[in-house]
Ligand binder design. Sequence first.
Ligand code: PLP
Length: 408
Amino acid sequence: MIKINENYLKLQAGYLFPEISKRVNEFSKNNPTAKIIRLGIGDVVKPLSNTVVKAFHDGVQELADAKSFKGYGPENGYGFLRDAIIENEFKGLGIEADEIFISDGSKCDSGNIIEIFGQSNKIAVSDPVYPVYVDTNVMAGKTGASDGKGKYAGLIYMTCNEENNFIPLPPKERADLIYLCSPNNPTGAAMDKNTLKVWVEYALKNKSVILFDAAYERYISQKDIPHSIFEIEGAKDCAIEFRSFSKTAGFTGVRCGFIVIPKRLKGYTESGAEHSIHALWNRRHATKFNGASYPVQKAAAAIYTAEGKKETDEIIRFYMENAKIISEGLKAKGLTVYGGTNAPYVWLKTPGLTSWAFFDKLLSECNVVGTPGSGFGPSGEGFFRLSAFGHRENILEAIERIKTKLNI
Ligand code: PLP
């Protein structure tokens, strides 16, 4: 008799987005003429830039020609892309090209990385949180059961609320593996240098590893916000960084990202013997992954050309202008608003309503869809995420409707 991985049964199965779809579908059925504007899911809407598309085509063309055809590439990524990443993202930070592992995106990387860590680690996550960090640990049997209220036994939850500006601080107890996401999805909060220093000191003291998700680093506008955890001294001894081309260059459908693991980073056996985490991941990646496709890597490298940079910067500016329109519109309506400065997410306080009650109200009164904060964890209750990834006319229309139709 085939046995299943029963850890999957612990999952509070994909409740958030299916529930949103269910409510939106029901509303559409009852209100067929309503023009619904969706600012819920964090997916880009702008097409790939011209330079990226040209490089993509060129890559395909090379595969179409016997003289330049390529089969399997290096599992860890082509040198041209890893070198471009070092030159453009980590210059002066002492990161080397062979510490970069190219992948098909950060969701896979952040989910897969836990394979190389032991079962007895204490794991710390923010609350609210990007759900992938939690669910992948549940699947891997690294947590206990759900309490039915959004938390799993065995995890350390770091509450992020108005009092701490939605910035997680080190817990009192020891955490071995710590997920930090800055700029943050869903709150839009970004960690400054001093806070990251505190984290690095904590991790060094406890011999912990910080998993630093910088998927939104390109959206940082404030000067004192680090783009990489490796800007902090000591981080090469305690951190792994995730980067993605998804939100940086519109690659959500193309799929490319990378992970940075310094060779100095060490992990330990139960008996205390030291091992290279870089070597473990190198083994894992080479065994289970056969490389992102060549044209995709060519397309990714194109964002580092002069034209590519200009084009991607323009797209980021566009989304951040959307974020500003959303923030200012909501403030003008009298709502309390966070985020939107260093991230394409605006995190608003629901006025005296639960997150889901506000969802229903926004949908019925304004025909606008957002994401209830409680779907990201219990501390998200009373908050709501609006995404700046939208067409300008929809953003303007949504804000106009909120200003004129939302009855608060
Ligand atoms: N990390 C965070 C915080 C995200 O919000 C997302 C996507 O929404 C990802 C990672 C996934 O990125 P990718 O498209 O590279 O898998």
